[in-house]
Design a protein around this ligand. Sequence first.
Ligand code: SAH
Length: 367
Amino acid sequence: METATKVNLLDFAPAALTAWFKELGEPAFRAQQVFKWIHQQGVSDFSAMTNISKALRARLAEIAEVRGPEIVMEQPSSDGTRKWLLRLDDGQCIEAVFIPESSRGTLCVSSQVGCALDCTFCSTARQGFNRNLSVHEIIGQLWSTEHRLRQESGGERVISNVVMMGMGEPLLNYDNVVSALKIMLDDNAYGLSKRRVTLSTSGVVPALDRLSSEVDVALAVSLHAPNDDLRDQLVPLNRKYPIAELLAACQRFLDSKAQRDRITIEYVMLDGVNDSPQHAHELARLLRGLPSKVNLIPFNPFPETRYRRSSRQAIDRFRDILYHKGINTITRKTRGDDIDAACGQLAGKVNDRSRREIHFARIEKAS
Ligand code: SAH
């Protein structure tokens, strides 16, 4: 197919696009103009880029393209949440979820097709791991949905926040995720504030240490347990990077930039597993000294899971204990339940080609 050989310009963060234009013999400001057309205006047709010479437009149309994942299905939820099924070039599908609230609109973005981490309470894990997403597939989730939503709103920006909390472990697809984050933050693209872009990780410590020097975003850490015995069971990655190492890395992350105030600790509430008052006290002790806030996430069940969601009373009790210990704690509202778009339910359609352990070992070594 002709398009297969074209360069997809959604793959380029600003510096890389400038370098690509330089190879064409074009100055840096040209790259910036095209970058704005693509990301600010959502334009994919080079002939519409009217501040660029006709000759260059024709050349670009021959060798390049701007193509996000194709929206193949859209599912609205009764609470306003919308889930899109996006088809990638190889035919696999991923999901992106938009969560509107009165003061912001949040897009939940995926970083991998499936996931290699095998957290026991997550439905993505049960699908296995297939592959990393490319830069254009990651930023394309924002590009495709932002311009779709903008058309509906009469041109107004709708997505104000991005959370890397969809399928996959973002720090195991490090380079592509960092490039996509840079595009999200860039004023010539989406200009999202660094406090409104959140990367959520299970805790890949070496990659976390690299991250702080390369891109400035908010960090959420999926802790889910207050001790290593329990976390080893829920988040197997803990066997490689236990809690003490992870929290030390969180502290280094905060120390690396003066304006970073605190880290979000995510804690999924599993009935009878990690939700007792003792667990809350243990968590409070653990977080003493680390500037953090806690998000309690009521477990979202999926077929054949062995877990149940904690009761309202257990969640409130847990929250109150943390609160009295001086830890800012909120219970996350579950959104999009009726369309399986809530946390951990973004299963997509993944076939596990990877033999998870082998892949996991390889990526871990590389990071
Ligand atoms: N791999 C990354 C990002 C994806 S998961 C990470 O682990 O942080 C986004 C958040 O949803 C994580 O905190 C994850 O642990 C949580 N989650 C996963 N499955 C869930 C479920 N079934 N119910 C509630 N939260 C879940």
